[in-house]
Design a protein around this ligand. Structure first.
Ligand code: FMN
Length: 339
């Protein structure tokens, strides 16, 4: 059963469940994997954040990050930076690729980003952010969205003020990660605060932070009254989570993925990575994903350990195959291989 769509400017998403932007994670292969695992339960996917400096200086590696598959619509591309003209220029470049939405990052806490005035630093420079948004809005015909944090620190929580300003200058949706920049990823995302933002503006407000299961999805939505949810780390551990949430809303239960399904998804992820990257990148990304995905079943700790010692994607897939055939043998063989 299809859920009622949420309108973000002219774009409709249904359901209002979004794969959150994650640097180093939500590239094309990972986004495709999540869509394959969760199907139509993924309402929108967002790219990793992409540097406006790299885009406007024609850096090839940065431009490659704009790639997406035709099956990924609706898709949003997130950009970060702080220069007003470059932000507008980059937004126009992004729009020209045919994506559905452009998102601006106001949440990245990384020192190398905030020191240059971008990411969460924009929460401290609201009038500068306003100028950026006005200029980008003028440049775009597709919807513009903003991803913010609660504020910079506990003494400067200003997400309500920023969301009001964004609405006034024509931003079409605000996503709020309910932690401050200083919190990084510690503590809990404040969904009461996300609720305050929701009540303060008329544009859609989505919440982000700690949606990792069906019960947390249900509770965070109810508590905040948000229009939708962003799912980040939960999707890394469980790319079927969107499907499970939608099933729950329809009164059904989908069993959590078993070991076979998880290993199957990793094999598929390898294929998707191979289509997009050279072998070295594939191996590194596959290793990272495997360590996050193989958790909580008998032998998973040993499997993870064996995987960390692999150098190529072929070696890693061999470890998975061996584990599937003989869960007890992978342990000794991989230790031997690692020695
Ligand atoms: C590895 C990683 C990379 C992230 N990169 C981005 C990013 O590029 N842009 C962004 O707006 N948020 C980024 N985030 C924040 C997430 O989008 C999300 O707001 C945050 O992780 C809280 O949600 P979660 O608990 O569902 O993961 C990142 C988070 C993680 C864990």
């Amino acid at each position: 059963m299809k859920e009622a769509p949420l309108k973000i400017g002219t774009v409709e998403i249904a359901p209002a469940l979004v794969l959150a932007p994650m640097s180093g994670v939500t590239d094309m292969p990972f986004r495709r994997l999540v869509r394959e695992c969760s199907g139509e339960a993924v309402g929108l996917v967002v790219s990793e954040f992409i540097s406006i400096e790299g885009l406007t200086r024609n850096d090839l590696k940065t431009h490659r990050m704009l790639r997406y598959h035709p099956g990924e619509h609706p898709i949003s591309i997130q950009i970060f930076g702080s220069d007003i003209d470059r932000m507008a220029e980059a937004a126009a470049l992004v729009q020209a690729t045919g994506v559905d939405l452009v998102d601006i990052n106001c949440g990245c806490p990384a020192p190398k980003v905030v020191k240059k005035g971008g990411g969460a630093e924009l929460m401290r420079r609201v009038s500068h952010l306003e100028r950026i948004l006005r200029q980008v809005r003028r440049e775009l015909s597709i919807p513009l969205t903003l991803k913010i944090r609660a504020g910079w620190d506990d003494d400067s929580v200003n997400c309500v003020e920023v969301a009001r300003m964004a609405e006034a200058v024509g931003v079409d949706m605000v996503a709020v990660h309910g932690r401050t920049r200083v919190q990084l990823y510690h503590g809990a995302s404040d969904w009461d605060l996300i609720g305050e933002v929701k009540r303060a503006v008329d544009i859609p407000v989505m919440g982000s932070g700690d949606v990792v299961s069906v019960p947390t999805a249900r509770e965070r939505l109810k508590r905040s009254g948000a229009d939708g949810l962003l799912i980040g780390r939960g999707a890394m551990e469980n790319p079927w989570l969107f499907r499970q949430i939608v099933a729950d809303r329809a009164g059904e239960t989908i069993a959590p993925p078993d070991v076979r399904q998880r290993l199957g998804a990793l094999r598929r992820y390898r294929e998707l990575l191979d289509e997009a990257y050279p072998a070295k990148v594939t191996a590194a990304r596959l290793r990272g994903m495997t360590c996050r995905t193989v958790k909580g079943f008998p032998g998973s700790a040993h499997l993870r350990e064996a995987v960390t010692h692999t150098r190529t994607a072929d070696e890693l897939i061999e470890v998975l195959d061996r584990f599937e055939r003989h869960p007890h043998v992978v342990r000794t063989e991989s230790r031997g291989a690692a020695a």
